[in-house]
Design a protein around this ligand. Sequence first.
Ligand SMILES: *Cc1c(COP(=O)(O)O)cnc(C)c1O
Length: 350
Amino acid sequence: MKEWMKNVRQVVPYVPGEQPKETDIIKLNTNENPYPPSPKVQEMCSRIDDLRLYPDPAASRLVDAIADYKGIGRDQVFVGVGSDDVLAMSFLTFFNSGRPILFPDITYSFYDVWAELFRVPYETKALDEDFRIRPEDYYGENGGVIFPNPNAPTGILMPLAAIRDILDHNRDVVVIVDEAYIDFGGETAQSLLADYDNLLVVQTFSKSRSLAGLRIGYAMGSPELIRALSDVKYSFNSYTMNQPSILLGAASIEDEPYFRETTGEIIATREWFKEEMRGLGFTFPDSRANFLFVTHESVPAREIFEAARAEKIYLRYFPKERIDNYLRITIGTREEMERLLAFLREYLGR
Ligand SMILES: *Cc1c(COP(=O)(O)O)cnc(C)c1O
């Protein structure tokens, strides 16, 4: 081995879902929103100017829009380049005790990657046999807690009382609730911010606001947590948020009717799709996200995944213990789901 190799940081990177180059596909593998962003975002596109100048390092226009919309102080909002950036900064900022942080065994597969990258010790806690998070698993001494709500890739929503229970048993560490999918019918933990200054709630524009391509995420928390995050960010890169993201993100926040209409549409499609899938012999946890995590009574998930892919229908398959007979299917438009169902009926001979 070359001597300098010993000083190279070795990491096993996160593997994102496929982004195929072809166009005539049905893409249900990365939980993108099937609808375009608000028309107000498109309008604002033509008014982006001043790209010659550095953007506002505090991204105040976007922070203010989020703070006003959520009814919290601007000192309670931190924005980043997608919630992945916000979460990575949070690992770096808050998980420094040397004690293991805790998260579920089946969850967003970026958590263990950041823990490895930043050398944060961690322990995973097994979901129960119905894929539920058990709050009591998070009672013991630890260096912090993080979980998505609804959880990914299961879609299961934890009630607010269970989150409060986890917080009550973790007053001395930071608890992060990753609410990437909360806008599809879940109840946000935002209301708990008033009672817990160690709670960080992280949300994103990527799923419910159809802006995965823009990269905007944000955290809500106590001014102390937000200040600590900002200090780390300014020690890393002052200009993470580019000018288009700041302006277009603010424009999206300002179109509440469109947001309600499109998320409502996805929820309705999901509920109808659940019934159709039951009829085809699939079972799944009751999802409150924009995807369904399904297993079939007789046909292995991997086979369905590959057969669908051959028909240019992209689903997500995780070759991981406990979930390697499941498929995660993003809720697209009604028409896309009809086409998937037609394929499944034919493939399963139903
Ligand atoms: C999609 C997702 C994210 C990251 O989304 P960004 O596009 O980076 O905002 C974070 N957490 C979970 C659980 C997700 O599914």
